[in-house]
Design a binder for this molecule. Structure first.
Ligand SMILES: *[C@@H]1O[C@H](CO)[C@@H](O)[C@H](O)[C@H]1NC(C)=O
Ligand SMILES: *[C@@H]1O[C@H](CO)[C@@H](O)[C@H](O)[C@H]1NC(C)=O
Ligand SMILES: *[C@@H]1O[C@H](CO)[C@@H](O)[C@H](O)[C@H]1NC(C)=O
Length: 732
């Protein structure tokens, strides 16, 4: 009650003041006021627009600083914060300014005089003022029906929309818009819209019009007016944004939804302006095909797969027209695009290009690790991961004889031999090789092309005959006569089956070979051969029982300077004796004795046994010095008989053959032959040899006479004694 009285008191005071002092506001405050604080004194006419300014309050005696007075920035009321004592101070002079932050004065200064009134001065006479004012309130201040305003209205602005009226006099209209909008009221209560409205920005406004007195105080509750903005089709449908292309796996069944186009229209929801329908622009159904790849629901915007199949790897741009006004004439439209990629699925099993491999022959001695065959396979899928292949031998790979080697992405597999083959164990191998997709297969399983049959035939291999040398060489003087033995080719293993030898390409016809023994002779004189030249022929050795078992070997003949010595076969035959079992005796073989050029040069002679293996087995030849060699028995026991040992002598690039005749006898108790040949010093001369021969013939003549004379006389000869021992003794 007290507050109301104070209100009325305050309201009445300025009206009573003379108009001559409009600048200063005069406010009275009862002293020692017992009501609530803060106590509102008066409303200052602060400009509304500059509400962001700073209200500055100053006064005498530092009252503002003490916090005694203040201005509420919201309402613009000057207020006092505690009770005032008239005896302490009767008048306060205040000054109110509104300043910007940088100190510029926007409003004021407004001087205010606050007078502290004696408590006892208050009387009931002011209550009469109050009842008078209440009687002025007019019941015609009623709410109005909503105002409908079209958006984007093309009229001159401000545009009159309504008029309000407060019956009482001395009224100021004040308009507020919730939310703030382009509306204004003039002094007569005419309401205006000041510019075009946009429904999409704000569809409704609530206007409040206040009827106020000159001090800006409401007479009553504000009058409310609703403004409704009416829609216009001023918004185009907006397509949904699709970042990436949509992936659809191939073989997806028709009817599957690819995407749903939800174009948005900002116009009034539920109105035709925002009613969108869809139309498929692309891909257009191809001519001559039944149905299309995509189908569109015109109302929902749902794009589904049509009956026309799509293939992996296809990229399709779907274009859909979104039209508002339900597709009616004049509707606004946008073209929405959706990229679709048809992705691959692993629906193709890999298959061999050839499923039957022609029989492959493999020699029995094929080395493990050998590549036997290469099988090729293909996969119709596009995705590299779906083209990776796995191979296996499903059947026929006994003991892991064969293996497979492949790169998963290469599309071919190598069949390799891993173990030795055996014709006896398995003359034929039938391998079943399968190929599978590494990734899991979709749809029907692998067909018959996923297996391949490889047939392998094992060929029996018989090892070729082996000879005692890998290759053969001989050096012969170009003067060597026909029929000379050069060397003997023979098997390395003497007990192996018999061999048959032949010359393959003796184009000059110089040589011949003994088919059974393998002895190589000169077939004719080496006419045309030049010293220092080489002659290579191929010798073939065949198994006598199995002619397919054969081997060939090279024979190289080195031609030497023609020997000026007589032909080797003409070398005088020297007969020596050696007894067996082997004793400490031997035969001296002389190189230069028969060489007429012995005086020329000191180069050494070299000696070798002839190539006959029996000779080489039975005899040993050691060089004594540069011109002589020593021939001994090679074995402990050599058959007692006459032996002719070929010794090849070479000197100064010439070569000839000596035939050394040695008679082998059984040793007697003195470990000698009956005839003491061991005592001979040096070589017998030609003269002594002729002497011995003549002597022998004479002795034979005497014996014949004796035989004829004494028919009964008979002598027995010891076979072990040399035939010529007795006559020789007689001659000596
Ligand atoms: C396979 O054969 C070779 C030559 O014939 C032989 O050297 C090798 O020892 C054999 N390997 C096996 C495992 O039998
Ligand atoms: C015989 O054949 C061997 C090996 O092919 C060859 O080296 C040689 O020169 C041939 N000899 C002749 C006389 O054609
Ligand atoms: C080599 O040895 C033989 C036999 O012992 C002998 O007769 C000859 O004089 C020797 N020759 C030389 C050059 O020493």
């Amino acid at each position: 009650m007290v507050l109301t009285w104070l209100w009325l008191l305050c309201l009445s005071v300025p009206q009573a003041l003379p108009e001559a002092q409009p600048a200063e506001l005069y406010v009275e405050v009862p002293e020692n006021y017992g009501g609530n604080f803060p106590l509102y004194l008066t409303k200052l006419q602060l400009p509304r627009e500059e509400a962001e300014g700073q209200i500055m309050l100053s006064g005498n005696s530092g009252v503002a600083a003490e916090g005694l007075f203040a201005v509420d920035p919201e309402s613009g009321f000057l207020l006092v914060t505690r009770a005032l004592d008239r005896e302490e101070q009767a008048n306060y002079r205040l000054q109110v300014t509104l300043e910007t932050e940088d100190g510029r004065v926007i409003w004021g200064p407004q001087p205010v005089l606050v007078h502290v009134k004696d408590e006892n001065d208050q009387s009931a006479g002011n209550q009469a003022w109050a009842s008078l004012e209440v009687g002025l309130i007019d019941s015609t201040w009623l709410s109005y029906p909503p105002v409908h305003l079209a958006e984007n209205l093309k009229v001159p602005y401000p545009h009159h929309i309504e008029q309000v009226h407060w019956s009482g006099g001395n009224v100021h209209y004040h308009l507020e818009s919730q939310p703030p909008g382009p509306f204004a009221v003039d002094a007569e209560g005419n309401l205006y819209v000041t510019r075009e409205l946009d429904r999409e920005a704000q569809a409704e406004y609530l206007l409040q019009v206040r009827a106020q007195n000159t001090r800006g105080e409401d007479y009553t509750e504000p009058l409310e007016l609703q403004v409704v903005v009416m829609d216009e089709n001023d918004n185009v449908p907006v397509c949904p944004s699709h970042e990436a292309s949509i992936n659809i796996p191939e073989l997806t069944p028709p009817g599957t939804e690819v995407t749903r186009l939800l174009a948005e229209d900002m116009d009034a929801p539920g109105s035709p302006n925002s009613h969108i329908v869809y139309r498929l622009l692309s891909p257009e159904p191809e001519e001559g095909t039944e149905g299309s790849a995509f189908e569109l629901d015109s109302t929902s915007g749902s794009v589904t797969l049509g009956p026309l199949p799509l293939h992996a790897g296809q990229n399709i741009l779907i274009q859909v027209l979104a039209i508002d006004l339900g597709g009616a004439e004049g509707g606004l439209s946008s073209t929405c695009e959706v990229a679709v990629t048809i992705t691959d699925i692993n629906d193709h099993a890999p298959e061999f290009i050839t499923s039957q491999i022609e029989p492959i022959s493999l020699p029995e001695d094929t080395e493990p690790g050998t590549l036997v065959a290469t099988l090729m396979a293909t996969d119709a899928d596009l995705e590299p991961a779906f083209r990776l292949m796995d191979f296996a031998i499903e059947a026929g790979n006994m003991d892991g004889t064969f293996g497979l080697d492949w790169e998963p992405d290469s599309g071919h597999v190598q069949l390799q031999l891993l173990r030795n083959l055996s014709y006896e164990a398995a003359p034929i191998h039938k391998l079943l090789v399968v190929v599978r997709s590494v990734a899991e297969l979709v749809g029907p399983g692998p067909g018959p092309g996923a297996t391949a049959t490889v047939t392998l035939l094992v060929e029996k291999v018989v090892p070729p005959p082996k000879l005692d040398q890998k290759s053969y060489e001989a050096s012969v003087p170009v003067s060597t006569p026909a029929g000379s033995l050069l060397l003997t080719i023979q098997p390395s293993d003497p007990i192996s089956s018999a061999l048959r030898f032949s010359l393959v390409n003796d184009s000059e016809g110089w040589l011949c070979i003994k088919e059974v023994s393998g002895e190589v002779h000169t077939a004719r004189s080496l006419q045309g051969a030049r010293p220092g030249d080489m002659y290579t022929v191929l010798v073939e050795a065949q198994d006598a029982d199995e002619p397919t078992r054969s081997t060939s070997v090279t024979l190289v003949i080195h031609f030497l300077k023609a020997s000026s010595a007589p032909a080797p076969t003409l070398t005088p035959v020297l007969t020596r004796h050696l007894c067996t079992p082997r004793q400490n005796h031997g035969v001296v073989v002389s190189g230069p004795t028969e060489d007429p050029d012995q005086t020329s040069g000191h180069s050494p002679y070299s000696f070798a046994l002839g190539p006959n293996p029996t000779v080489q087995r039975d005899w040993r030849l050691h060089a004594l010095n540069g011109s002589h060699a020593y021939l001994t028995l090679g074995l402990h026991w050599v058959e007692p008989r006459e032996h002719v040992i070929p010794v090849v002598v070479s000197h100064n690039g010439r070569m000839w053959q000596l035939l050394v005749r040695v008679i082998v006898c059984r040793c007697n108790v003195e470990r000698q032959c009956m005839r003491k040949v061991g005592r001979m010093k040096g070589m017998p001369t030609k003269l002594s040899a002729v002497g011995i021969l003549v002597g022998t013939l004479v002795a034979i003549g005497i014996f014949l006479i004796l035989i004829f004379t004494h028919l009964t006389l008979a002598r027995k000869k010891d076979l072990d004694q040399p035939v010529d021992s007795v006559p020789l003794k007689a001659a000596v």
